[in-house]
Design a protein around this ligand. Structure first.
Ligand SMILES: *Cc1c(COP(=O)(O)O)cnc(C)c1O
Length: 454
């Protein structure tokens, strides 16, 4: 790792310490002791700046609060871990975190009717309108993760004993949201190509409605699933759900924030996205959007009343427990949003990079792509049983040889030790980085005598 990375972080920390002096000082002026402390810190900053300029020095700060290590992998390496790719913060989000990180920071200017999505400074109210439009829906709320979106919907629409139809490749949090609401799940099977089709949904839906006697309380499907990132027939499944008067939830954890999503165009009653997975936002963050038709149910306001005091709580929304993301998380999400909205227009280039890399990997004899191919997503599941795993069989480091070789080349995030089926994402990598990545796999392959077709 370039020592300048370490030194930039030390410089940032040093600036934070300078800043802290003001947080303890009188608003009028620094005291003589504080001026001395400021001067000493400033000298330290100058030394660090010098080390940044000359690329010299040794790591001086390796922990935060003694126990927490520094996380510099996004600066020092190419990280191909699928859940990290589109959640990496923009510089704007990182700046937002530094000045809006304090507790309930966004609540400084909270005015009647006292609800997060109504705050105008910073422009949270406008952000909510933009978010709804971004996913092609009428109304949106920010939620602490996609899972909290599923939870709010299931809690509103699923009664004890109700059933929910979901994809057999669905995320575990969809299942848990139904469980918490007291419902049961039935699954739409994926076909041999690991795709969930509208035909399969129709068959299952028909059989289940005949057997159970009632339509499902909710139908959910991921547009692209987290296992293979195959595209599922969400529009067809939504249409089908409506034929049975069941609402459809579009799970966009791997789409909202990376590709254009038109919720109503797809027939969705709910669109759920993940901020920390796909919207360049800190965890926990996400979006739940819906139509005017369903907003009254899922965003219903409180009706409870204290029996002694008669206290009531106005327009607070029950499923949101009033307010959700109240500080740096939300502001960082907002700070990334202009970039996120823009980048969805370049999804085709991300898909091209994905296919470029997969083609290069497939040229290493014995490698296969488990995900549908050609790729329609940046995340792919590959099978290197016939290539890198043949090396692992006799290597003293077993499957770890591959992670060792990759990390030597500054590539991290593949599942350490896995040389059979594993996942990666090329999302957000520049072409230069993607080519470097493909070259690195070639180099490792050739080093161990695998055949690389040119
Ligand atoms: C990651 C993921 C989730 C969970 O998202 P959170 O924002 O962490 O709650 C849900 N569904 C799918 C398909 C995912 O990939």
């Amino acid at each position: 790792m370039d020592i300048r990375i370490q030194k930039i972080i030390e410089g940032l920390f040093c600036l934070e310490d300078l800043r802290e002096i003001y947080r303890g000082a009188l608003p009028t002026a620094l005291s003589p002791e504080e001026e001395v402390a400021f001067g000493a810190k400033f000298d330290e900053l100058e030394r660090i700046v010098d080390e940044i300029r000359t690329g010299t020095g040794h790591p001086r700060v390796t922990r935060i609060a003694e126990t927490i290590e520094l996380r510099l992998r996004e600066e020092a390496a190419i990280n191909i871990q699928p859940i990290q790719a589109a959640g990496r913060l923009t510089p704007e989000a990182r700046k937002a975190l530094t000045v809006w990180g304090d507790g309930y920071s966004v609540c400084d200017a909270c005015r009647k009717p006292f609800r997060l999505d109504k705050i105008c400074k910073p422009p949270i109210a406008t952000f909510h309108e933009e978010l709804a439009a971004f996913v092609g829906m009428d109304q949106a709320r920010v939620v602490p993760g996609a899972r909290r979106g599923f939870q709010a919907v299931a809690s509103s629409l699923v009664q004890k004993g109700d059933w929910v139809l979901l994809s057999a490749l669905g995320h575990y949090t969809e299942y848990l949201a139904v469980e918490q609401a007291g419902g049961v799940v039935h699954e739409i099977p994926a076909n041999d190509a690991r795709v969930v089709t509208a035909d399969a949904a129709a068959e299952r839906l028909e059989a289940l409605v005949r057997e159970i006697g009632t339509p499902p309380a909710l139908v959910m499907c991921d547009h692209f699933d987290y296992q293979n990132a195959n595209e599922h027939e969400v529009a067809g499944i939504a249409k089908l759900a409506h034929q049975y008067d069941a609402p459809f939830l579009y799970n966009g954890a791997y789409t909202v924030g990376v590709m254009p999503v038109d919720g109503k165009g797809l027939g969705a009653d709910f669109v759920v996205g993940s901020g920390h997975k796909s919207m360049a936002s800190p965890a926990p963050s996400g979006v739940l959007a819906t139509t005017d038709e369903y907003a009254d149910r899922v965003f219903r306001t409180t009706e409870i009343e204290g029996d002694l005091t008669g206290r009531r709580f106005g327009v607070k929304e029950v499923e949101m427990l009033g307010c959700t993301l109240m500080g740096g998380t939300l502001v960082a999400m907002m700070a990334s949003f202009p970039h996120v909205r823009e980048r969805t227009q370049h999804w085709d280039d991300e898909v091209r990079k994905s296919n470029f890399f997969i083609d290069r990997l497939l040229a290493i004899e014995g490698s296969a792509c488990i995900s549908e191919y050609p790729r329609k997503h940046a995340l792919s599941k590959v099978d290197t049983t016939g290539s890198f795993d043949t090396v692992a069989k006799t290597h003293k480091r077993k499957g770890y040889f591959l992670s060792d070789e990759l990390s030597k080349r500054g590539i991290v995030g593949e599942f350490a030790g896995a040389t059979r089926a594993w996942k990666l994402s090329t999302y957000g990598l520049s072409w230069r980085r993607v080519e470097y990545l493909a070259d690195a796999f070639d180099e490792v392959a050739e080093k161990y005598g695998l055949v690389v077709r040119r």
